[in-house]
Design a protein around this ligand. Structure first.
Ligand code: FAD
Ligand code: DLZ
Ligand code: SF4
Length: 507
């Protein structure tokens, strides 16, 4: 009997587990379906990126002699569901079993598990750590801190190791990083890839079928094949890695990428492997082309954070995205979907998100995430936003970043304290505040930076939970020493701001 081999849109690697088993008699099933293209209102660039990459990947497989059954979104027989397409292809090719690689989302794992045909879900081994590896590491630990996991991964992989010691004697060089960037500093932007005929056809399809999704479809200049992704990797290694570390937390209004790699879309869709990206960074350091604090900082994002986030997602289970430890209930304000805002930092981060389907980590964490947390937005809505608007967003990596790291909605599994800051941090790390309608130095009043007001309001609202945290007690001491009138004003100004925002006024 024929077997079906399922390849999902974010499994575009030649050595993904299910494909490794494929023989020339099997049928590889790939499908553009509305169910996947609409479980959230994805950014149009994300849909176009995946559909173009899927079509090109399928064409390569066919060129190599595989039997490929590819469904386009507009095919008349398309059932518009992954499960539906598997059943349709099983009937068409008289197949009675499916080999799949475990999807990166519980929703789809469930769909495959309960399909009325035998589906073997192979572990997705495109990661450094398997589920078992992570669970073994996590078992019996009181706190699952990324830093300890990362050290184990360094030892396991040998990346940036001198024998059993970390290269340069330290595991983490973050204290050399955290520099703000100068506006006139020369930085090489990521390479741009002009759409070819296949991509242009997909762009027309996405424009016609998803006209109302948030974000600009064109210009579209992401790579959609492995060759292009490799060029993007080499470009980053040659031009940006060396300065990645010092400036990784910096933000500039007119430079959406700074020294960031913009490799997450390619890594997450399978066009690049995490191993080859980390090896390239380690080699650049060994060849004297990248300083250690940059190579280490970059490798930590992939070997540490990316693997750790995946471990948390699968360990915590399907209810993780519904967690709301701080009981935040406010609706996500319209500004997140491109509505007007007077806050220059929010306008910059959301504006480039709409244009590029990209914002770098500190913009996601310390601007849009910070604001949502301070304002008490429902984390489920925040999660849906992050899953929708970024070209690299898949639940296994987005949810622990949003629910855990950014919104503290998991009650402190990912972070030992909430990532919150007043306007001062944003001012230090960016050039946003100079152009803002609010004043970053004003602590109260109509003109006060909303981050200043909401920062204290958040801390006071959640005092019971956070004041016993040793890393936060000093902050509560500062609040207590503040003049009582000033404290009252901050809280009433914060309440007025939140009321105004919830009433739909431009803030
Ligand atoms: P670089 O800064 O160049 O970093 C290199 C690589 O490290 C990235 O490509 C990425 O693969 C990895 N990486 C860095 N930070 C993280 C992290 N915290 N978790 C996992 N991997 C990391 N990343 C996603 O890939 N998909 C998401 O949906 C996603 N959602 C996020 C939501 C929030 C609220 C936050 C705070 C972060 C989120 N991140 C997500 C992590 C991070 O912001 C992006 O990986 C990064 O901005 C991608 O841009 P880059 O490739 O230029 O990264
Ligand atoms: C994100 C996405 C989109 C937009 N469309 C498709 C699709 O049409 N077909 C497909 O196989 N995969 C798509 N994907 C990726 C899946 O949603 C992804 O595999 C799961 O969310 C698991 O990570
Ligand atoms: Fe953002 Fe406040 Fe600075 Fe305005 S003043 S850009 S709101 S941090």
């Amino acid at each position: 009997m024929t077997r079906l081999i399922l390849v999902l849109g974010d499994q575009l690697s030649r050595d993904v587990a299910a494909l490794r088993e494929a023989g020339k008699d099997d049928v590889i099933v790939m499908a553009e379906v509305m169910d996947e293209a609409s479980y959230v209102r994805h950014h149009p660039k994300k849909i176009a990126f995946l559909f173009a990459a899927m079509r090109k990947f399928a064409a390569r497989l066919a060129d190599d002699g595989f039997r490929v059954a590819y469904t386009r979104l507009d095919d008349p027989d398309n059932s518009q569901k992954i499960g539906g397409e598997l059943l349709r292809r099983a009937a068409e090719f008289d197949a009675d079993e499916v080999i799949a690689t475990e999807p990166g989302e519980w929703r789809l794992i469930d769909i495959l598990t309960y399909l009325p045909i035998k589906v073997h879900q192979r572990p997705d081994d495109r990661f450094f750590a398997s589920h078992d590896d992570f669970d073994t590491w996590a078992k019996d630990r009181k706190e699952l801190r990324m830093e300890w996991f990362y050290r184990d991964m360094r030892r396991k992989t040998g990346l940036l190791m001198d024998g059993d010691q970390p290269a340069g004697g330290k595991w983490n060089y973050d204290h050399d990083n955290r520099k703000p960037a100068d506006v006139d500093m020369f930085r090489e932007p990521p390479p741009r890839f002009a759409p070819d005929a296949v991509t242009n056809e997909v762009l027309d399809l996405v424009a016609a079928r998803f006209p109302d999704n948030f974000g600009d479809l064109r210009p579209f200049d992401y790579a959609t094949e492995r060759d292009g992704a490799l060029i993007a990797l080499q470009h980053f290694i040659s031009h940006s890695l060396d300065e990645f570390g010092p400036y990784q937390d910096a933000m500039l209004r007119d430079d959406p990428h700074l020294h960031h790699s913009v490799l997450s879309p390619y890594l997450n869709a399978g066009l690049l492997s995490p191993r080859e990206v980390c090896d390239a960074a380690a080699k650049a350091h060994a060849d004297g082309k990248a300083r250690l604090n940059s190579a280490e900082g970059f490798i930590r994002q992939i070997l540490g954070w990316r693997e750790y986030m995946r471990g948390i997602y699968f360990r915590e289970g399907p209810d993780y995205t519904r967690r709301n430890a701080l009981n935040h209930r406010r609706r996500l304000p319209w500004m997140y979907w491109g509505g007007e805002t007077r806050m220059a930092c929010m306008a910059a981060a959301i504006g480039q998100t709409g244009r590029l389907a990209y914002a770098h980590h500190i913009q996601r964490l310390m601007v849009t995430g910070n604001f949502a947390l301070l304002a008490g937005i429902d984390p489920a809505e925040v999660h849906e936003w992050y899953l929708s608007v970024y070209i690299d967003a898949y639940e296994w990596v987005e949810a622990p970043n949003t629910i855990g790291m950014s919104q503290f909605a998991d009650g402190g599994i990912v972070g030992s304290k909430p990532y919150v800051s007043s306007g001062n941090y944003i001012n230090k790390m960016s050039d946003y505040c100079g152009d803002c309608a609010y004043s970053v130095t004003a602590k109260t009043g109509q003109n006060a930076c909303p981050f200043n007001l909401l920062y204290w309001d958040f801390l006071v609202r959640h005092r019971d939970r956070f004041e016993t945290n040793p890393r936060m007690s000093r902050i509560y001491g500062n609040w207590d020493r503040m003049d009582a009138d000033k404290r009252r004003t901050i809280r009433s100004d914060a309440a007025a701001f939140l009321r105004k925002m919830s009433d739909g006024a431009v803030v």
